[in-house]
Ligand binder design. Structure first.
Ligand SMILES: [Zn+2]
Ligand SMILES: [Zn+2]
Length: 569
């Protein structure tokens, strides 16, 4: 799909116009168009062919013509010309958090810095020291920003890894020799970041599979081309390994290549106790005779332990639990009956309330919470108090139409710099669901920022705290926040904490989810969808929940949660 390309070109245009001090409405129009296109369920090339581009929200004639040009030629003359007006490297520098338009221009123009790597070198050789307009504190922040950008490049986010892997899996499944394809590695364990992708295949004949694998369009460079194992790199530099394994060893191979390493070491030690050996080919007795290995289940049974879900295989207590037979019943997709954090076009979402509700219904939910931003969050078109009654009426109308499906009238209310909420209590109490969140003042010291969240928990109308640590992968680290204090207060005030499933957030992550559950806190998995097709992000939140040992009794995504919300009102 060309959507991503169109989105990234429009975003770059917005940044360039911003640097040039252009009218901010024009800047905003490009940013909004980028967001809409990236979130569009349909391929823009298709809309272009059908002549329906101008029917997309935020796309007028001018932008439609630009999209057509990108679809037809893969580039945009207007953009190429615009880029030439900036010193080279300026846009790349802008990807570093804490580098704004002014600093980027200063670095690129006056210091000739052309890339992130260049900038790192310049800092190391103290070229930035003493330059007017760059304080020591700024240099420190830039260094942190560079580290974030680089860590984001080195490992893929789970969503990105999944989408790359999916293309390979689908292509391999189509081969006539192939019986089964499955991804192993940290992707199967659903880690929040993945380094490379491991694919295992059962096939009647291995060589044609290997030949087809390295010839796939997504296989940019071949690293290794063997008879049962090959490796390639994609154009983005991601390594993908593909192995054809014997049916009789498939379970052993799957276990071995799923890892984690620590988990596998423990299993091998367990087998050694009965003088057996486990490797990627199976379980063998002391005479090297194959005992089992066809399925993972067989191997766990042989070790006299429960089957351990891949998400738990980190050697953090799951082996002991599996030997005792006390593994938790992890949450599963059907346990999730609703998504309480979605946006509509009343704030910065791209679909109407009804479209979001229909998508929720289609996802099999029994309810959805429309939680648009509150009044002060102008960048995200927060809803002013005067419009709330009208919004409520619209929700009531959708509810009449979609009964028994429920659309909840909610808000994602901003927590101000001093912990005050962005709507007064007599407004908050009118909502069915109130989610409180921090979107500004994220660099405050630990004491201050923790206190803001504690104060929000104490508000009787707040049901959930959204994205509790505020981290954005590759962009921003978590706030300096004392989570133990937050957990204690959330439990005391009966406030749920969110696992935000948005791919760059995944916040709470696995570790913090586990801590929260141990502290007795209820956890709500939400998507923070800004368009209907983002409801599918729920699987990433579910991944964090399962990795965090979450059981259904701690989950705030069901009829009980709904009853509590409505009772409170
Ligand atoms: Zn938010
Ligand atoms: Zn949100």
């Amino acid at each position: 799909m060309k959507n991503e390309l169109v989105g990234s070109i429009f975003r770059d245009i917005a940044r360039i116009l911003e640097i040039k001090g252009e009218n901010r409405f024009r800047v905003r129009a490009y940013d909004r168009a980028a967001q809409v296109i990236e979130n569009l369920g349909e391929d823009v090339a298709h809309a272009d062919k059908e002549g329906t581009l101008t029917g997309i929200p935020g796309i007028g004639k001018d932008l439609a013509a630009k999209i057509s040009e990108i679809v037809a030629t893969g580039s945009l003359k207007f953009y190429e010309d615009l880029k030439k007006t900036l010193p080279p490297g300026t846009l790349e520098l802008l990807t570093i958090p804490s580098v704004g338009p002014k600093t980027a221009q200063l670095l690129a123009k006056d210091l000739g810095v052309k890339s992130v790597d260049d900038l790192e070198k310049a800092i190391r050789s103290h070229k930035l020291d003493g330059i007017a307009g760059i304080k020591a504190r700024t240099i420190e922040n830039i260094e942190k920003g560079i580290a974030l950008v680089k860590s984001g490049r080195e490992r893929l986010g789970l969503a990105q890894a999944e989408s790359i892997a999916r293309d390979f899996v689908r292509a391999l499944e189509r081969l006539p020799q192939v019986e089964k394809v499955i991804c192993a590695g940290s992707l199967r364990r659903q880690k929040e970041t993945v380094r490379d992708i491991d694919i295992l295949v059962i096939a009647t004949d291995a060589q044609p599979v290997m030949d087809a694998f390295i010839a796939l369009p997504a296989a940019h460079t071949t690293q290794a081309w063997g008879s049962t194992k090959s490796s390639i790199r994609t154009a983005e530099g991601v390594q993908v390994d593909c192995r054809v394994v014997d049916k009789r060893s498939f379970g052993a191979a799957l276990l071995y290549f799923t890892g984690s390493k620590g988990f596998n070491v423990r299993l091998r030690q367990l087998a050694q106790k009965t003088r057996h050996k486990i490797n990627e080919y199976g379980v063998f007795d002391r005479n090297e005779k194959l005992v089992c290995g066809r399925t993972e289940e067989e191997i766990f049974r042989f070790l006299k332990m429960q089957y351990v879900a891949p998400e738990l295989r980190e050697d953090t207590g799951e082996i002991e639990a599996a030997l005792e037979g006390s593994l938790p019943r992890l949450v599963e997709a059907p346990d999730i009956k609703g998504d309480l954090h979605v946006h509509s076009d009343w704030s910065d979402g791209s679909n109407t309330i009804e479209e979001m509700a229909m998508a929720g219904k289609k996802a099999g939910y029994s309810y959805i919470g429309i939680c648009d931003h509150s009044q002060s969050l102008k960048v995200a078109h927060g809803v002013p108090v005067k419009d709330l009654a009208k919004k409520r009426r619209q929700i009531d109308a959708v509810n009449r139409k979609l009964k028994p499906f429920r659309v909840l009238f909610g808000t994602e209310v901003d927590i101000d710099a001093d912990g005050t909420l962005d709507y007064p209590d007599d407004i908050l109490k009118q909502f069915d669901v109130v989610i409180a969140a921090i979107h500004t003042g994220m660099k405050q010291p630990a004491r201050q920022i923790t206190r803001r969240i504690l104060k929000a928990c104490e508000n009787p109308y707040v049901h959930i705290i959204a994205h509790p640590t505020g981290r954005l992968r590759g962009v921003r680290d978590a706030y300096e926040i004392d989570l133990d204090e937050v957990f204690a207060k959330a439990k005391e005030t009966n406030t749920a904490l969110e696992i935000n499933s948005y791919p760059d957030r995944m916040d709470l992550n696995d570790i913090n989810c586990r801590r929260a559950q141990e502290a007795g806190v209820k956890i709500c998995i939400n998507t923070d969808s800004h368009s209907a097709d983002q409801l599918g992000f729920i699987r990433f939140g579910l991944a964090m929940a399962r990795r965090g040992w979450l059981t259904p009794s701690s989950l705030f995504n069901n009829e009980d949660a709904l009853a509590k919300l409505l009772r409170k009102r």
